[in-house]
Design a protein around this ligand. Structure first.
Ligand code: SAM
Ligand code: SF4
Length: 340
């Protein structure tokens, strides 16, 4: 476990443009290959394990007003809230494509209750799914219900660790409470959540180094209390924000790669997660450096896998439009062992 000053020093060095990118990349690649490679019984070679997952957007109703998100309320998008049966129909399509790891995503709305989520989770587990959630922050007892139903993990992005900026981007709604959000992953851990997924939205804050250090410190502190949990990190970049919102501090590809490499060096065993917000070339590049979990063939609209897109709008159009089979074939050709 690194001290705060080690974290600051490593992050500063890895993000600095004068530190050769090749060196940063090689260090991250070496660690990932060492820790995530496995021998397959039918082959003398070892393969780098890559888990593919798919999000299922269950509701795009939202009472928050995050300036950067197309789902923000009240807004004029077409909205829907899927019934448990409709969610299971979405899951069936994904399971037929091979997926087992399914991330349940929802806006914040009174209809997205712990009972609704727990029922979805339990039904997915019955069908050999491995469900996790990306939802609004909950109290411990709600997370405990989901854990009891078989929830495998939580993903929750702090968006920005800068309190003043946080207040500006989240002017109203329950999400405007910074501390309630900051404490959510700890509450999930207290409830027994096995995987804890951190992240922040790249493009919101002027100093990505400070943001990365803040996230790493948050995760390190939690690991001291919950050393038995799996860690996950995502670095979502602002993408297709609603009209009128321009990412104030866009993060370029090189810095993006350096940030993922920093996470690998500080948390060698963590799952580093990459979404279809990014283009295929960059996803391929990062899949060969440090990523261990990626989404593929995603839809960001409730009902999007069962052609119900005429009644609800997506959060954003995805950028890597390859099918699951295309992503899988690329990974296999490039030395990965794909798991779902
Ligand atoms: N409503 C829950 C929440 O906000 O935590 C979970 C669902 S929300 C759709 C999931 C994540 O989408 C947010 O945490 C935010 O980081 C990300 N997001 C929102 N707008 C985005 C945009 N324009 N580009 C990229 N990611 C975005
Ligand atoms: Fe709602 Fe989440 Fe989008 Fe904010 S980021 S508007 S809370 S769905």
């Amino acid at each position: 476990m690194f001290s705060y000053s080690d974290i600051t020093q490593i992050t500063t060095r890895f993000l600095h443009p004068e530190t050769p990118l090749d060196m940063v990349v090689e260090e991250a690649r070496h660690l990932t290959r060492t820790i995530f490679s496995q021998q397959k019984s039918d082959s003398p070679h070892s393969y780098w394990q890559m888990r593919l997952f798919a999000p299922i957007y269950v509701s795009n109703f939202c009472m928050n007003q995050c300036l950067y998100c197309g789902f923000r309320g009240p807004g004029t998008i077409r909205r829907s809230h899927l019934s448990v049966t409709e969610v299971l129909t979405e899951a069936e399509v994904l399971m037929n494509r091979g997926f087992r790891s399914l991330l349940i995503v929802a806006g914040e709305s009174p209809r997205v209750t712990p009972e609704y989520l727990s029922e979805i989770i339990a039904r997915l587990v019955q069908q050999n799914g491995v469900p996790s959630v990306e939802i609004a922050p909950q109290p411990v007892e709600n997370y405990a219900k989901m854990v009891a139903a078989g929830c495998s993990g939580i993903t929750l992005f702090q968006e920005t660790y800068n309190r003043d900026l946080y207040q500006q981007y989240h002017p109203a709604g329950p999400k405007s409470d910074y501390d309630w959000r900051y404490g959510a992953i700890e509450r999930a851990a207290e409830a027994g959540m096995p995987q804890l997924g951190f992240g922040f939205l790249l493009g919101l804050a002027a100093d990505p180094r400070e943001e990365l250090i803040a996230m790493i410190s948050q995760a390190s502190d939690l690991m001291k209390r919950f050393p038995d949990r799996n860690l996950g990190f995502s670095l979502p970049r602002l993408h297709a924000a609603p009209n009128g919102f321009k990412p104030p501090f866009p993060v370029g590809d090189e810095l993006f790669i350096r940030m993922y490499c920093t996470l690998r060096v500080i948390f060698p065993e963590a799952n580093l997660v990459l979404s279809t917000r990014e283009k295929s070339e960059l996803r391929n590049q990062l899949a060969s450096i440090c990523i261990t979990q990626m989404s593929a063939g995603s839809s960001t609209a409730p009902g999007g896998y069962t052609q119900r897109t005429e009644i609800s709008d997506p959060q954003f159009e995805i950028t890597d439009e390859r099918s699951v089979t295309e992503v899988q074939n690329w990974l296999i050709r490039n030395g990965h062992h794909v798991i779902y």
